[in-house]
Design a protein around this ligand. Structure first.
Ligand code: ZN
Length: 81
């Protein structure tokens, strides 16, 4: 068992786009390259904002994909912007 993999803080990188409505990051994929690769624009990408109170669904095909890191003590829920 590889306990060490689970005991450390989640510092993984995720691919995501910024919500077209509220600007919050929408994470949709785990970057398994640890930031080594450049994300390519997706051919077809429809995402729904995970922020409660927004839930804006939009087509992000061809949108600029950025890399995000989850903050250990910050979640999308309960963030007021
Ligand atoms: Zn949103």
């Amino acid at each position: 068992m590889r306990i060490t993999e689970w005991s450390k803080v989640d510092m993984k990188w995720y691919f995501g786009v910024l919500c077209q409505k509220c600007g919050s990051p929408i994470l949709f994929a785990l970057d398994r390259s640890d930031g080594a690769s450049v994300p390519a624009p997706a051919a077809k990408l429809v995402l729904t904002c995970s922020l409660a109170g927004c839930r804006h669904q939009a087509d992000y095909s061809g949108a600029t994909i950025s890399r995000f890191q989850k903050q250990p003590d910050v979640t999308n829920e309960g963030k007021n912007q």
